[in-house]
Design a protein around this ligand. Structure first.
Ligand SMILES: [Zn+2]
Length: 367
């Protein structure tokens, strides 16, 4: 049975809406335009080109890939290039190539879809289900894969994050690497001065539903414009789709090379504190690099001044032990319920930790 998707997808609208803003921004940044656009790279490296050695640091990462759209073949002129190439099919093919590359490198991959379907007939529900799948999978990253649409001449890459730059620093880490790799590998005729963009440029209050609902670092990539006639021709070539996948892969691998910092609750081991405010909370900061035991690994690889501790959104005093890489703090007296502790820090590569929030239970002190 064919699952039907409706057209009111926030992400769908993006593909047309951002073009105008993006095109205008590009002209402003790069004016006057170059006399001749640089050539588009069409000779992709062979698919069996040896992978760079740093791709091994993808091993153990858990990445959720979201090929945008799907299940919309019955809709005339919906998300199609000038000669009818469907974005949903291209997104899926790129995601599948990327999955293969990631799995060869030891990452585990969760796909929001592996066929030409959507997850729900209602677009908003479809996007909610995709975000929920990523959130429940325990993945480290969510990468949504799209192709853009706009005026026939437009053709550039963009990578989108949710809300403000402070919202999820780890998402920006991934976005920067992926955006740069897309420029390196695709060499499209146009580029934005800053190709990493907030989804609130399109939807000022809400941003994109998928990114808004994600509880893990998340980016949405508009790899190229399927509405551009020349680009649509390239996107019909399976080797070119591998090239796009390889660009995403390179960006993710470079990110992994810089380490994926995380936090881990040490005390209280059971995640329960008392209402008295006497409990010490100890949290270990994993810089994502020490475990490699590379030269100098014993030194501090965390930028001390980057550490920020929050208790329920209020910045909070803490102690940091450089030997153990542990942060300790005392919570105030509080009513029974729960308390959220946010820890944010950067490692030597300026990578922020991926899951900054811990939730502890607060129970009455024993009498
Ligand atoms: Zn799209």
């Amino acid at each position: 049975m064919t699952v039907v998707c409706r057209a009111r997808s926030a992400v769908v609208f993006l593909c047309a809406a951002l073009v105008w803003a993006g095109s205008i921004g590009c002209r402003q940044d790069d004016a006057p335009p170059p006399a001749a656009a640089p050539p588009v790279a069409t000779t992709a490296p062979a698919f069996d080109t040896p992978l760079p050695p740093y791709t091994k640091y993808l091993a153990g990462l858990r990445i959720c890939l979201d090929p945008g759209h799907g299940g919309d073949a019955h809709r005339p002129n919906y998300k199609r290039g000038p000669t009818g190439l469907r974005e949903a099919e291209v997104n899926l093919a790129v995601a599948q190539h990327l999955r293969d590359l990631l799995e060869v490198s030891g990452a585990s991959v969760i796909m929001t879809r592996t066929q030409d379907v959507c997850l729900h007939a209602e677009d908003e529900e479809d996007l909610r289900l995709r975000a929920e799948l990523a959130n429940r999978s325990g993945c480290d990253l969510l990468v949504s894969i799209h192709h853009n649409a706009g005026p026939p001449q437009a053709n550039y890459s963009s990578v989108w994050y949710h809300a403000d730059v402070d919202h999820s620093p780890a998402s920006l880490d991934v976005a920067r690497y992926v955006a740069t790799a897309l420029l390196d590998e695709l060499r499209l005729p146009d580029q934005l001065g800053v190709p990493v963009l907030s989804d609130q440029l399109v939807y000022p209050r809400s941003g994109f539903r998928l990114l808004r609902l994600a509880r893990v670092p998340a980016i949405l990539c508009e790899l190229s414009f399927h509405s551009n006639p020349e680009q649509e021709t390239r996107l019909r070539d399976p080797n070119y789709l591998r090239r796009e996948a390889r660009a995403l892969f390179t960006g993710l691998a470079r990110y992994a090379f810089g380490g994926v910092p995380r936090v881990r609750l040490i005390e209280p081991a059971d995640g329960v504190v008392s209402t008295s405010g006497q409990d010490q909370v100890v949290i270990e900061l994993d810089d994502g690099l020490r475990s490699r035991k590379s030269w100098g690994w014993e030194r501090r690889l965390i930028l001390k001044d980057s550490i920020i501790v929050r208790v329920d959104d209020t910045k909070w005093p803490y102690m940091f032990d450089e030997q153990s890489n542990r942060v300790s703090l005392y919570l105030p007296r509080r009513a029974p319920g729960s308390v959220r502790i946010g820890i944010q820090f950067e490692n030597l590569f300026k990578h922020s930790n991926t899951r900054p929030w811990l939730t502890l239970q607060v129970r009455p002190s024993p009498s």
